[in-house]
Write a protein that binds this ligand. Structure first.
Ligand code: SF4
Length: 461
């Protein structure tokens, strides 16, 4: 009998899905990628609530599934608001907080044995997968499950859940609850096991990753100490790998962290520092708790301590009340900071977030235009930076087949995507051997032969 799980939204949901696979595999189920597989016995969704569209997608899926459901058991977990959870309980057989995954076998057995009510007795009545229900103890048990990783090249390690920052456009503190840090012993054990299996790219995951450990005070490492421990493991084992982290908050970035990243080879020289807006008044209304000047100081520190590091960011255009002048300041900031990559979003109210109660007063066409203008600035700055890579040799992690036919893809330590032509590299088998010398999941030395705005092209040496 088979199962399939659809993770929606962010990398955290994908990482959580790996732990659900572990549980279902241990029950003797086999994973299928196909929704219409006739052997499917279980279908699940790991939900995302970042936008109403994402919530609507869950409703669309379950209504479709229910229309032709037969004996299939459906479940829902992940990120959603208590109000949505109550509605989902009417549509799914099981709805549970992600940290209750270890009880999934009992829930399934109870449900399949007696479809009436046994399962729901496992779940606090009338509540759904809200962050408030994620107890520290249950989260720790959940994190200790060894996930089934979906890639042989890269893996994601959750180090923290929830957020205490309360940005007005974000619902995470309400869907995932307040910050809870995972024990560093568990994080470092998972990391050791991954590098023992030769994983080359490891990303530490959390909603507000660089405030790691603060909820535990002196009883736990802080984020700088955690990164230092990883750096030391790299040195002791002599293993080659890159460690990334996402997403940090500019307020919790420190010069000390940058110095630790500079000190150890296994800490990747790539920083993702969400700016969101280049205007102080908009930042204030977003409750970001930093000014443009604070952000600028941090960028100077990054450039000074990590001159080779690439800089990524997140930008929201068309936030409630954003004037043309305020938007211009965002464009100016993007030009000044010369980002290598920016994830640009047109503002839309997120269910449960504070700003949902405010007037979404920037017209759709204006948001579209601002999005296009911001994207053009990104293309210009990123193209200029990528051009500097031309003819240079870069260490690239080979990841697999590219969307473009006859190309493979990988990325540099700075996470600049690199396309590799299989024809010029005399590769025999796309996605497996590249140039017969290196394999997916391995590093290769690559010469950059052409550059674009968001990626470059290279040849394996
Ligand atoms: S820092 Fe802000 S945007 Fe990030 S998860 Fe917390 S509340 Fe949301």
């Amino acid at each position: 009998m088979k199962y399939m799980v659809l993770p929606f939204g962010c990398q955290m949901n994908r990482s959580d899905t790996g732990r659900i696979r572990t549980i279902l595999n241990s029950m003797g189920f086999e994973e299928s990628e196909f929704e219409d597989d006739p052997d499917l016995a279980i279908k699940g969704i790991i939900a995302c609530s970042i936008r109403q569209k994402a919530v609507d997608r869950v409703y669309g899926k379950i209504r479709n599934w229910n229309a032709s459901k037969g004996k299939i058991l459906t479940f829902l977990s992940g990120c959603f608001l208590p109000a949505d959870g109550e509605k989902f309980e009417e549509l799914f057989d099981l709805v549970f907080p992600i940290d209750m995954v270890s009880s999934l076998p009992e829930m399934i057995r109870a449900k399949t044995g007696d479809m009436s009510n046994a399962v729901l007795s496992d779940k606090p009545s009338g509540k759904s997968a809200s962050g408030d229900l994620m107890t520290k103890e249950r989260l720790e048990n959940f994190w200790e499950l060894r996930p089934v990783y979906s890639s042989k090249a890269e893996a994601f390690i959750p180090i923290q859940n929830g957020c205490n920052k309360f940005c007005t456009f974000c619902a995470v503190p309400y869907t995932r609850g307040r910050e809870v840090s995972r024990l560093s012993t568990g994080i470092l054990d998972e990391l050791r096991s991954l590098i023992g299996k030769n994983y080359r790219s490891i990303t530490l995951l959390g909603q507000n990753v660089n405030s790691y450990g603060l909820d535990k005070g002196d009883l736990e490492l802080n984020f700088v100490e955690l990164m230092k421990s990883i750096g030391k493991i790299g040195r002791e084992t002599g293993k080659n790998f890159w460690t990334y982290f996402t997403s940090p908050h500019p307020r919790d970035m420190s010069g000390e962290l940058l110095e630790v990243i500079a000190e150890y080879d296994v800490l990747a020289k790539q920083i993702h520092l969400p700016l969101q807006s280049g205007d102080d008044e908009v930042l204030y209304r977003m409750n970001r708790n930093y000014s443009l000047a604070d952000y600028r100081r941090m960028v100077y520190a990054i450039r000074h301590t990590l001159p080779e590091a690439t800089l990524f960011t997140d930008i929201i255009v068309g936030f409630c009340g954003e004037t043309e002048t305020q938007f211009e300041r965002t464009l100016e900031a993007m030009k000044e900071f010369r980002f290598d990559m920016a994830y640009i979003a047109k503002y839309s109210p997120r269910p449960g977030a504070t700003s949902e109660r405010w007037r979404d007063d920037i017209r759709r066409e204006v948001k579209e235009r601002r999005f296009t203008e911001a994207s053009e600035v990104l293309r210009e700055t990123a193209s200029r930076k990528n051009r500097k890579l031309l003819a240079k040799k870069q260490r690239v992690l080979l990841c697999g087949e590219d969307e473009r036919k006859d190309y493979s893809f990988g990325y540099t330590e700075g996470r600049i995507p690199v396309r590799l032509s299989l024809n010029t590299d005399t590769a025999k088998s796309p996605g497996k051997d590249i140039g017969n010398r290196t394999k997916v999941g391995e590093f290769a030395m690559v010469q950059i032969i052409s550059t674009g705005s968001l990626s470059v092209e290279g040849r394996v040496l």
